[in-house]
Ligand binder design. Sequence first.
Ligand code: ADP
Ligand code: ADP
Length: 224
Amino acid sequence: MLELNRITAGYDRRAPAVREVSLSVGHGEAVGLLGPSGCGKSTLARVAALLHRPDAGTMTLDGTVVRGWRHRAPREQRTSVGVVFQQPRLSADPRLSLRELIAQPLRSTGRRAEVPARVAELAPLVGLSAELLERRPHAVSDGQLQRACLARALVLRPGLLICDEMTAMLDASTTAALVAVVERYRAESGAALLAVGHDRVLLERWCDRTVRWGEQSAERVPLG
Ligand code: ADP
Ligand code: ADP
């Protein structure tokens, strides 16, 4: 589903955050990427989600080489990946209600007509009441906002879901609830998962295999 081949990426070409990393995630596979804070996991997740253009290396999504990042990514590729980050407030427009936030990817791909049905389907799945859906981010908790961000990541039914420290800021019960939502989505859709984090126990329980950043492995993952 996803192949990263010798990806180098970062914010300063002289000191890349990610250096020649290769990683692959098969169709339907759940891969955990483990590593300490600051080693470049989020940067790699942003590359894989087509949000950050790498400086070198190649990437394929579902067998097709990726040639454009951000708004230049072809729609077909952009809609095949959903992503959830650690801090929901950084990726939630404060002006939008949770309902509008969940609907964002449908609106930006011109599929407004599907919004009511899809939100009605997803809200109970992620545990958001009708009343919470009408609130804006400032009026809900981090956990409630993260539930909406997960629904947004699933709204286009992506073949690959990327969870970058999705539960790092959440309590145990919200963590369990969101992990269950992802597992259910994968069981129903056959989607692949790339879960990025530092919690080995959680990732090992959640994933078919984990790749440890900094350790020798079949894949070339450098020291952070
Ligand atoms: P991790 O997810 O493993 O904690 P990150 O990918 O967030 O690692 O960060 C890797 C490195 O890139 C760190 O040194 C971090 O300070 C730097 N970095 C992350 N985001 C930015 C940014 N927007 N601008 C400049 N440097 C950044
Ligand atoms: P651009 O400026 O390239 O349009 P945006 O940040 O506005 O980029 O995002 C484009 C669309 O992608 C948004 O309208 C939203 O539908 C979707 N989107 C943004 N962030 C996320 C995310 N974390 N998960 C899922 N979809 C997102």
